[in-house]
Design a protein around this ligand. Structure first.
Ligand SMILES: *Cc1c(COP(=O)(O)O)cnc(C)c1O
Length: 824
């Protein structure tokens, strides 16, 4: 399948040579980090030729290209993945072994490229892998944050954030491209002047500040197909170099200001997941990378096409959530002010180029910029937004005469705010949700008015994940087992996994499957011992919840249930419990107090339970520090149970759920997001479903919530657990430490409803489902069958399928073929 030819001796020589030229050392003297760098540069050599060959095909054929615009790309490590996709992993592993070097240890030297928070950023990364492995022309466009997602330390049970200086040793795979630098302007004023030659009004920005955007390219290697696409992330540099000979005070200040703007703009990723903070610097980041990316897309188009009015025939901008939606107004600006198009021509192009993906319906995540901030920072772009809004509102009034309620709900500019989702829907030709249930909620609840006015724009694209990283790389034992049974086509066609289904009835296959899970649990147990100092029993059930910490994801429900189990165990030592290890991993946004409290609570419960000799280690609770893509790969492979327990209707899709399924962990979850489709595929009998439906949740919400006090007062076991938040049991006698969590469940004093996320409401149903998990696990044969059927039924959830749907319905791209470079 692959044309990759590997010359082992040449590779070894290259690694040794790299150590010499980079560090003036021999391979024996090299530090582990230096070895990682040397190996990476050697691998880069193999990538570069295909990268050049791919870009040559793009130059020659000028194919339609998707620009995936995203504030986040949660890439994780590159080396292992690049080797996997070059189909060179085994060869390189062997070559290094002959040099006495362990590839795993080399991989561990690479910092994660954590340019994202969670699911949304990881989706962008999986999409680039799938786009490239399928052979579609694509760019990822983002920001080269100097500091990515913070590193999490747990100190005394609390989350402590430290900066993620991921570039400190250099990034061996990136290439800086000064030749494509772009200027991006902020602020100042707009002067209109009439050009009598062209007969057009021109808009001239004056007294602005500007920065130079410098692209860094990262190769995205397709699986075994010679295609290498590009993730282009923009760094910032001051435009006027600091001139020491300038005695002009104004010039001096301006130079320093621009220096500072450049430095701050790409400094750090905002660590909020599903939460809008409204900071000016964030809007600067958004416009910075959008303007640079669009300028470059247009330049590139013009290098091989002459009619800018046909840009949409070659270019698609897919906007990953509302974060990049300033793109629609910026594209209008570039087309009118720089390319000389009329409004109508520019609008025709823009509305055929731009498409929008919605990721959430939660109100606190919706981006609404104050008009004064927006217009001050982006004066010309704002004028254009005003005009888009004026024309749209006119249309709404035409369609709904006398219905000002519609205008109030749908306008882009309203109440002193710029509503980015509305801008994206009005100017985009496609609006997609990320799972069936989510798209239905968009159409019939959150975006109802827009759906009624423009139903043709709405469509669903259920998320997916790449099996190359989350099985082939992350779980080599299971990957080999799958290949042994059904061949290796699954690597590029995950629907092949269905061929494993008959093996669920084969006792030998079931035993092998469970043995692999056991080996992966030993691997994770080692990691936990090394990183947490906690001994866990690989014979126990590994019950795992790893994802960002957020109230709607309900880690609190999970840990309250652990507290409940512990009470039961203490009260009834005679009851038999199957040993369980509850594993958590989660970062909380730095300013999200309640989320941080929950982390502290999990660690306090862990402390008490793990150190109680009287329960014989029947329950262990582990909080894995610094959850990120690289340790996620180990965690999914080792999980028995996948906790997907969000309040129904709140998790748009989830993708963690899919990674667990792929690795043979049945879902314990609510009918939310893609869980619904997972159950469709694997069957209700191979999952553990509980809780309110999304309709029920939405119903309660539309009628003022429910009364958690009724449950608290009628369920004494649950009452006891809730009371333990404030009786000092898990706080060394401190009654106040978890008071806010307690209040969040019961108290209506705070501005929001009590128990907004229906934790007490769903508690009994959850506990019941947990009992079913235990019963199922006791029957090892039944469990093996269930786990195996999860892996066998995961075909739909590859991001390859998702990308093919985007291509067919939205992007209309054609595949390219890239031959290996004959110069090789
Ligand atoms: C997949 C993934 C996520 C998303 O997980 P959800 O459970 O869908 O929220 C977040 N972080 C990392 C590191 C991931 O790999």
């Amino acid at each position: 399948m692959s044309d990759f030819k590997f010359d082992k001796e040449a590779f070894k020589k290259e690694v040794k040579n790299n150590v010499k030229t980079l560090y003036r050392r021999t391979i024996d003297e090299a530090t582990p980090q230096q070895t990682f760098q040397a190996v990476s540069y050697a691998v880069k050599e193999y990538i570069i030729d295909n990268w050049l060959a791919t870009q040559e095909v793009y130059e020659k054929e000028s194919p339609k290209t998707v620009y995936y615009l995203s504030m986040e790309f949660l890439m994780g490590r590159a080396l292992g993945n690049n080797l996997i996709n070059l189909t060179a992993y085994q060869d390189v592993k062997e070559a290094l072994e002959e040099m006495g070097i362990d590839l795993n240890a080399v991989e561990d030297q690479e910092p994660d490229a954590a340019l994202g928070n969670g699911g949304l950023g990881r989706l962008a990364a999986c999409f680039l892998d799938s786009l490239t492995s399928l052979g579609y022309p694509a760019y990822g466009c983002g920001i080269r944050y100097h500091y990515g997602m913070f590193k999490q330390k747990i100190k005394n049970g609390y989350q402590v954030e430290t900066p993620d200086n991921w570039l400190k040793n250099g990034n061996p795979f990136e290439v800086r491209r000064d030749e494509y630098a772009k200027e991006v302007r902020f602020g100042g004023t707009i002067r209109m002047q009439h050009n009598y030659e062209t007969g057009r009004d021109e808009f001239i920005q004056e007294n602005f500040e500007s920065v130079l955007a410098i692209p860094y390219d990262m190769p995205i290697v397709g699986y075994g197909n010679n295609v290498v696409n590009t993730l282009r992330i923009w760094d910032a540099k001051a435009i006027t170099s600091f001139r020491l000979d300038s005695f002009d005070r104004g010039e001096y200040h301006k130079a320093v200001e621009q220096e500072n703007l450049a430095k701050t703009i790409v400094e750090v990723l905002y660590p909020n997941d599903n939460h809008y903070a409204g900071k000016e610097l964030r809007l600067k980041q958004q416009y910075f990378f959008i303007s640079a990316s669009l300028q470059e897309a247009i330049d590139k188009y013009k290098r091989s096409n002459d009619d800018i009015r046909r840009l949409h025939e070659k270019v698609i901008f897919q906007m990953n959530d509302t974060h990049p939606t300033v793109a629609v107004a910026e594209l209008m600006r570039l087309l009118m002010d720089e390319e000389g198009l009329s409004w109508d021509d520019a609008w025709n192009v823009t509305t055929k180029c731009c498409a929008y993906t919605n990721h959430t319906i939660m109100s606190e995540a919706l981006e609404k910029w104050p008009i004064d901030l927006f217009s001050r920072l982006l004066p010309r772009v704002y004028q254009i937004v005003e005009e888009i809004n004026r024309r749209f509102v006119e249309k709404v009034r035409q369609m709904y005469p006398g219905n000002e309620e519609k205008v109030r709900k749908m306008a882009i500019l309203y109440d002193g705010q710029v509503k980015m989702a509305h801008l994206a829907i009005v100017a985009g030709f496609s609006v997609n949700g990320v799972a069936k249930l989510h798209t239905e909620i968009l159409k019939h609840e959150e975006l109802k008015d827009f759906y009624e006015m423009m139903p043709e724009k709405f469509n669903n694209k259920t998320n997916g994940i790449t099996q190359r990283r989350f099985l082939l790389h992350g779980n080599p034992l299971l990957a080999d087992w799958v290949t042994k049974h059904i061949g290796d086509k699954w690597i590029t066609d995950l629907s092949e996994m269905a061929k494993l289904k008959p093996l669920a009835d084969d006792p030998k296959a079931r035993k092998e499957f469970m043995e692999i899970k056991y080996q992966n649990k030993i691997r994770l147990a080692k990691y936990i011992k090394e990183h947490n100092g906690i001994e866990v029993d690989p014979e126990s059930i590994f019950d795992v919840q790893v994802k960002r910490l957020h109230e709607y994801k309900r880690q609190l429900l999970n840990i309250l249930h652990v507290m409940y189990l512990y009470n039961q165990m203490k009260e009834h030592p005679e009851i038999t419990f199957y040993p369980r290890t509850f594993i958590f991993g989660a970062k909380a946004a730095a300013g999200y107090k309640r989320a941080k409290q929950t982390i502290k609570l999990i660690n306090s419960v862990a402390d008490v339970i793990n150190n109680d000799r009287s329960i014989n280690g029947k329950i262990k609770v582990v909080f894995i520090e610094d959850y990120r893509v690289s340790n996620a790969e180990l965690i999914f492979a080792a999980a028995d149970v996948s906790e997907q327990i969000s309040t129904a209707s709140k998790e748009a899709s989830g993708t963690g759920n899919m990674k667990f399924m792929l690795n043979g962990a049945p879902t314990l979850g609510t009918m939310d997001g893609a869980n619904v489709e997972i159950v469709d595929e694997v069957g209700m009998e191979n999952a553990f479903i509980f809780g309110l439906s999304s309709d029920e949740v939405i119903n309660y919400e539309n009628n003022g919530g429910y009364q958690p006090m009724d449950i608290y007062n009628s369920d004494w076991e649950l009452k006891r657990v809730v009371d333990q938040l404030v009786d000092g049991t898990y706080a060394n006698g401190d009654h106040e430490l978890y008071r806010d969590l307690y209040n969040s469940l019961l108290n209506t004093k705070s501005s929001d409803r009590a128990d907004t996320y229906f934790i007490l409401k769903d508690f009994r149903s959850y506990a019941e489902a947990q009992k079913r998990v235990e019963a199922a696990y006791r029957d090892q044969d039944r469990w093996a069958k269930m786990a195996l059927l999860n892996t066998a039924s995961c075909g739909k959830f590859t991001s390859d399928r998702t990308i093919e749907e985007y291509v067919a319905d939205i992007w209309k791209l054609k595949k390219v073929t890239v031959k290996p470079d004959p110069r090789l």
